[in-house]
Design a binder for this molecule. Structure first.
Ligand code: GUN
Ligand code: ZN
Length: 397
């Protein structure tokens, strides 16, 4: 049992709900119709727990190192760190810091990448509790350093075992087409076709990456078509970035119900370019927001929401309410938790974040306007914006 009294801002199925004299109640981890008995909180706005639709656990300690573009950055900073993450003691330290970081950021659910070793699936799926986590170990079997290469058949067999053990929380994670053999991608497609699991990977983040895929797969129309060919598109699939795509690619993503994890802070950090949001939305592509730490410099989804409003200003129609939707309900849907999380409605998990609003939500001020003030007031120090975090009704901060 528990409850809170404060202004509430939450997406709903189609719109946005704002209540100045709001109240939330929960029992057994689920929201119930409010009984008004909750603890009052001053100068905050209650929103659903934030959802990060694309984040790399093993990159946490090297986040924010972005002197280079994608491919050299991966080789120089990321792959050596992911090799280190294979060592148990190192992994345990990083995982515990990452978990604390997510809670401090108000992120209550996330779709998480491990590293290229089978054991890292346990760090992702067991050691981040009680947060709501889906994800898996990274699969890569070519064009990578020797110590990160996985045996193709071995990696696929372990993935089947993880899918058996963790069920739908396990997510197939082929890194991206350049480091995955046709056999590995085809194997992922076969698992997707028969198991109740999802898939996450990267797509068209950087022009050198796109050119590399064209060289590796001269028979395919495009990078998107490579994934389509191996049966990797679908409503359980989440593609990170998706910046450099043509209309046919966008149509393929939309028609298949695939998700795009849009990572504006990461795209700035690696100089990848602006994802043309207006084209994705016009084509009907599903979009959720994400940090992409360690390319993204900060685990805060509030930082991502602020960046989202800034980078698309003047090019696409964006609003704080839309940023909130993409950072909560859309993320929950992308990760397969949409029927249980992402909105503050009776019957859903009591995943709640109290965001500090300087001076409180003003009389006559909308919830969206108050949220916008917080997003810009706390830039660079978002942990101070988080006044409370509850997961399934349990207070974690
Ligand atoms: N493409 C392939 N691997 C990665 C990664 O770890 N981070 C980002 N941002 N892009 C990638
Ligand atoms: Zn990524």
């Amino acid at each position: 049992m528990g409850g809170l009294r404060a202004p509430i801002l939450s997406p709903t199925g189609a719109g946005l709900f704002f209540e100045r004299d709001g109240a939330l109640s929960w029992a057994d981890g689920l929201l119930v119709p409010p009984d008004g008995a909750g603890e009052p909180m001053a100068d905050v706005l209650l929103i659903p727990g934030l959802v990060d639709a694309h984040v790399h656990l093993p990159q946490y300690r090297v986040r924010g190192r972005f002197q280079e573009a994608l491919l050299p950055w991966l080789r120089e900073h990321i792959w050596p760190e992911e090799a280190r993450f294979g060592e148990r003691a190192y992994r345990e330290g990083v995982t515990s810091e990452f978990r604390d970081g997510l809670i401090a950021a108000g992120t209550t659910a996330a779709l998480v990448y491990g590293a290229p070793s089978a054991d890292t699936a346990h760090a992702v799926l067991r050691d981040l509790a009680p947060l709501c986590i889906r994800g898996g170990d990274v699969l890569m079997d070519r064009n990578s350093p020797e110590d990160l290469l996985r045996d193709t058949e071995d990696a696929l067999e372990t993935s089947r075992q993880h899918a058996e053990g963790y069920g739908e929380r396990y997510v197939l994670t082929p890194r991206f087409a350049p480091t995955c053999s046709p056999r590995l991608m085809a194997g992922c497609g076969s698992i997707l076709a028969v198991r109740d699991v999802g898939l996450q990977t990267h797509l068209a983040e950087n022009l050198d990456e796109v050119a590399w895929v064209a060289e590796l797969h001269p028979d395919r129309r495009s990078y998107t078509d490579v994934y389509a060919h191996f049966g990797l598109l679908g409503p359980r699939s989440v593609f990170g970035h998706c910046i450099h795509l043509d209309d046919q690619d966008l149509q393929q993503l939309a028609d298949s119900g695939s998700w795009v994890a849009h990572c504006p802070t990461s795209n700035i950090a690696l100089g990848s370019g602006r994802m043309p949001l207006e084209r994705h939305l016009a084509a009907g592509v599903n979009v959720a927001l994400a940090t992409d730490v360690g390319a993204g410099p900060d685990l805060s989804m509030l930082d991502v929401m602020r960046s989202f409003l800034e980078v698309h200003e003047g090019a696409a129609e964006v609003s704080p309410g839309q940023a909130l939707r993409l950072a909560t309900l859309a993320g929950a849907r992308a990760m397969g938790e949409g029927s249980q999380r992402g909105v503050l409605l009776p019957g859903r998990a009591a995943d709640v974040v109290a965001v500090r609003i300087p001076g409180g939500v003003g009389r006559g001020e909308s919830g969206e306007a108050a949220l916008r003030r917080a997003l810009f007031a706390f830039e660079g120090r978002y942990e101070e914006a988080i006044a409370g975090v509850w997961v399934a009704g349990e207070r974690l901060r």
